[in-house]
Design a protein around this ligand. Structure first.
Ligand code: CP3
Length: 344
């Protein structure tokens, strides 16, 4: 037995193609699982759940007890960073996240110095999850990318076009850059601490990499992600990092070339043929089944899963959805998908 266990998913992030693609499912812990809904009733707020290591570790492990997935992803949220910086963040049932919006005047009141202490329970969750995983499983940590987190901090909630944050970036360039600087530095410290607590790889969730012209994409997406990769690697030289720039479309090649990530997550709207052509040969891709195909299930789901696997047969590929699993997803469909990916 070798001293270091083989983790197929981690190896794939690092560029080693596997015979069958390893699989995890974006947002795999959560409301489509009855055991999650049950546990959720035991704590008041969603953030409280994120900061209770015993329960957060249990929720992280729930999907792995049901399905032979290759990775666990830390149960937390991208909005723990604004919460840790002292911004008011709450999750209202049925409404999604609600934040007290930052303004050009209040950005200076954010408290980066206290952020890591506030996030200490997250690191305890990772240590517990690590202890509960067999050595072949990869443990994925994560944070939201600065632009995506900033869209919530500035807009105060999710929005279809991120107009508040896009306008803020243009009308208050200095305040915007100061906010991005805070998020870049806090994210670097946060991710380095996640690795120290047992994460094997981290994913940068850039869920709102869409609706940006190419100059804004460089400023708001590429540069902050590149600085995070550089900052983490300055302390952990070989840190494995997956970038997920949802909606990057024609900017995908520039994202891959400039950020330094090891692997790129593809959203489901990215044509397979386009990805195969524009992501350099040999570069690891992750994705990209439409989550609604998993809700509908049946032959269309299986055919599309096989099509995705075939499209990336000549490079390292991690099977995943092209965005998060939705609460309506039948468990039996997830079982079937994992079986198709693992056994053909
Ligand atoms: O298995 C996992 O991936 C669970 C950990 C996780 C959560 N959120 C738990 C969660 C992760 C990785 C996230 C990331 C996240 N959070 C993103 C990026 C991924 C994406 O989907 O684009 C974003 C944009 C958020 C912000 C957020 N958090 C929203 C918009 C919402 C409400 C709508 C929704 O998707 O559920 C949340 C709440 C949230 N985060 C829940 C969970 C399980 C539901 C809260 C509840 O149980 O009441």
């Amino acid at each position: 037995m070798s001293a270091v266990a083989h983790k197929p998913l981690l190896a794939t992030v690092l560029g080693e193609r596997q015979e069958r693609p390893p699989i995890w499912i974006m947002r795999q812990a959560g409301r489509y699982l009855p055991e999650y809904r049950e546990l959720r009733t035991k704590v008041g707020g969603f953030l409280e759940l994120c900061y209770t290591p015993e329960l957060a570790a249990e929720v992280t492990l729930q999907p792995l007890r049901r399905f032979p997935l290759d990775a666990a992803i830390l149960f937390s949220d991208i909005l723990v960073i604004p919460d840790a910086l002292g911004q008011s963040v709450r999750f209202a049932a049925g409404e999604g996240p609600l934040l007290e919006p930052v303004t050009a005047e209040t950005i200076g009141q954010l408290q980066p110095d206290r952020a890591l202490d506030h996030l200490a329970p997250v690191f305890e969750t990772l240590r517990r999850v690590r202890a509960g995983l067999t050595p072949d499983k990869t443990l994925i940590g994560f944070c939201g990318s600065p632009w995506t987190v900033a869209t919530y901090m500035i807009g105060g909630r999710g929005s279809p076009d991120q107009a508040a944050a896009r306008l803020f970036a243009l009308q208050h360039p200095e305040a915007f850059d100061a906010l991005i600087d805070i998020l870049v530095q806090t994210s670097i410290d946060y991710l380095v601490a996640q690795f120290a607590a047992g994460a094997d790889v981290v994913q940068l969730f850039e869920s709102w990499a869409l609706n940006l012209d190419d100059a804004a994409f460089v400023r708001q997406v590429i540069e902050p992600n590149r600085r995070i990769v550089e900052g983490v690697r300055a302390r952990l030289p070989n840190a494995p990092i997956i970038g997920f720039p949802r909606g990057a479309a024609g900017n995908i090649a520039a994202y891959v070339a400039a950020t330094g990530v090891n692997a790129v997550g593809l959203d489901y709207a990215t044509p397979l043929e386009f990805a195969a052509r524009h992501v350099p040969a040999g570069f690891t891709v992750q994705g990209n089944l439409d989550p609604l195909r998993l809700v509908a299930g049946g032959a269309q789901m299986e055919d599309r899963a096989r099509q995705i696997i075939a499209a990336f047969a000549d490079r390292p590929h991690i099977f995943n959805l092209g965005h998060g699993i939705v609460p309506e997803t039948p468990i039996t469909h997830v079982e079937r998908l994992v079986d198709v990916v693992k056994n053909g």
